[in-house]
Design a protein around this ligand. Structure first.
Ligand SMILES: Nc1nc2c(ncn2[C@@H]2O[C@H](COP(=O)(O)OP(=O)(O)OP(=O)(O)O)[C@@H](O)[C@H]2O)c(=O)[nH]1
Length: 202
């Protein structure tokens, strides 16, 4: 018996290499079909400020946008929002912004709100938001520069300018939350839902 029992592969509405890797390593047959939505415009027009609500809204919008053009397919949308107190940070656009973000995060605890939504034929069947709490070490400017020299452009593909499973581990003194939430795809609640839909063989 294979692991994925769906008639057709899952559709992951994401260009995120981390999310694709997590599904692939979990043995799930899927196709990537990134949602081309304007996340910042949707966030701005939503009037929402709570990080979990923003992440949930964007995950739903991504799942909807792909589900409406992939009839009968189970589509996963995901989004991750970083909250430092009441400030919300998005993926840094380049090295300078990554350095600024790390200077702001260093010595403080921030939250990662990771949302998923599963849609089918334009209807949301499941949604969930998980939170991880990340305590970053105090960092001298020289440490930040050294980290950025070593980590390179990869820092712009993550909302906090780090890949925890890589060099990002050096930035932290405490982590509360599961690995999948931190990488942006809470697999445990997602798989519990898919199992309830008899789509998983384990
Ligand atoms: N590899 C890795 N990726 C991380 C980590 N923390 C956050 N991310 C990634 O940061 C990105 C958060 O930005 P999002 O806007 O949610 O997603 P995206 O990368 O734009 O991709 P879409 O799903 O297509 O919107 C996701 O790709 C997460 O996988 C981490 O510790 N390691």
């Amino acid at each position: 018996m294979s692991l994925w029992l769906g008639k057709e592969p899952l559709v992951l509405a994401s260009q995120s290499k981390a999310r694709q890797m997590l599904l692939a390593k979990a043995g799930i047959a899927f196709e990537s079909d990134p949602a081309d939505i304007d996340e910042r415009a949707i966030q701005a027009s939503s009037g929402r400020s709570a990080p979990g609500e923003i992440a949930g809204l964007l995950a739903r919008e991504k799942a909807f946008s792909i589900s409406n053009r992939r009839p009968t397919r189970y589509v996963i949308g995901a989004d991750q929002t970083l909250a430092l107190g009441s400030h919300i940070l998005n993926k840094p656009e380049g090295r300078a912004q990554a350095a600024d973000q790390l200077r702001a995060l260093a010595g403080h605890r921030h939250e990662l709100h990771a949302a998923i939504a599963v849609a089918r034929d334009g209807k949301v069947l499941f949604e969930h938001v998980s939170i991880a709490r990340m305590t970053m070490r105090p960092l001298r400017d020289a440490e930040i520069e050294n980290y950025l020299n070593e980590a390179g452009d990869a820092v712009t593909s993550s909302v906090g300018a780090y890949q925890l499973e890589g060099l990002g581990v050096h930035l932290f003194e405490r982590i509360e939350g599961d690995h999948f939430t931190i990488l942006g795809l809470p697999l445990l609640p997602l798989f519990a839902f898919l199992r309830s839909e008899h789509l998983l063989g384990i």
